[in-house]
Design a protein around this ligand. Sequence first.
Ligand SMILES: Cc1cc2nc3c(=O)[nH]c(=O)nc-3n(C[C@H](O)[C@H](O)[C@H](O)COP(=O)(O)O)c2cc1C
Length: 423
Amino acid sequence: MATSRRNFVFFLGIGGATIASLTAAGFLYRAADRGSFSDLQSGKPFVPWREWENRSLAGAEAVALAGTLACSSLNSQPWWLRLEGNIIDLYFRRTSYPVFLDPFDREALIGLGACIENMVTGAEGLDRSATVTLFPSQTNIDHIARLVLGPGVPNETARFLAIGNRHTNRSPYDRNRPLSQSAMAALTRLTPSGRARFSLFPADSPKGQEFADAIVAATEDTLADPSMLAEEFQWFRQTIDQISATSNGLSFLTSGLSDLQVRTAMALPDISEEDFGRFWTHQTREVQLPNTPMFGILAVDDNGDPIQLVEAGRLLQRLHLEATAHGVAMQALGHVNWVADREEARGRNRDFIDRAYALSGGMGQMVLGMRLGYALRPARASPRMPLPAVLVPRMGPRPTPRPATDNMPLPRLREPAVRPPKP
Ligand SMILES: Cc1cc2nc3c(=O)[nH]c(=O)nc-3n(C[C@H](O)[C@H](O)[C@H](O)COP(=O)(O)O)c2cc1C
């Protein structure tokens, strides 16, 4: 059963009177039944984080585990991994990506790039070198990368140490506290990845205002589009049981709420798609954008080139790990590109295609936005599928690598699919 909007918005502004009204026996029973009293960070969906922290795995398995802790759009975890000796093959898990929100695979490829970056950083910290070949197969465009691990020297970099603490933070940030000079210097020193790059700009600059306006407008457009809203809602888990059942997706747990808000939200009856839309817009417009000192844009030369999108993902993850190492919180903001891609897929208007182009400010094509700052609340870890669940069995012949000279970009998926697959 879905709760009403009034109840849900009421919960968002939770205060003493609300809490008092929630202590009825019925509410307590419901809260216990829906898992809202449980430890919010324990159980099966969080095991991969513990395994990494405890160094439970070694060699290629540990490196692959680091890959699964990377960021991904909607926490869709669009990866398959195949391990054989010192070789890790990374494949696009097409059963697990949103087709209306990501008709050209832009976000999925960015997530796959993030997975590669975590594996390379993880390998280095675990005394291995990692040589990466992107799109190594002549026949399989879903074979995203091959990593060959070799001997290395111990290199526990700050980014390596941040792998287990990097979480998307959707809470308010201190808008009056700019990034420290050392954090800014470390971030801007990061090497571009291939033809991917980023720029950071203050939220109170004219560009910052333009960016925030575009994100709000795009969020409203996304949630007003029935197929996009339905798809985003499909990835939203409302109880601990739902989180445990899938070990992916978004939830109240990772929405930047306080413990009390999370427990209350999970105890209430499931919210409707419409209330989810209102909740997400409210958080974006009222909580996140006004409480941010710094925005950023990730861009590539050509957003139709899968190699550049994978490089953008590597850079995004590098940036987030470096930010984490400096105590700086980060949240990716993809709505402008979601709507721009939807416009392109439908071939109707170009409002957000043009806005994304204007925002990129001559840096190429914007592929993602982001916010950065010092968070007022720490972020929680998001669920992860266990490593064995994303391993491809070692069956059949190993794919033949393409010759290194043949580095042709592969075509984007041009036609949006008609129905979203079940996550
Ligand atoms: C391409 C891409 C787009 C994303 N877009 C958004 C976004 O619009 N809003 C948001 O809150 N998080 C966004 N994220 C962050 C993911 O939701 C997040 O990485 C995922 O839920 C896993 O959580 P974690 O980063 O805390 O591990 C995006 C991440 C990627 C890689």
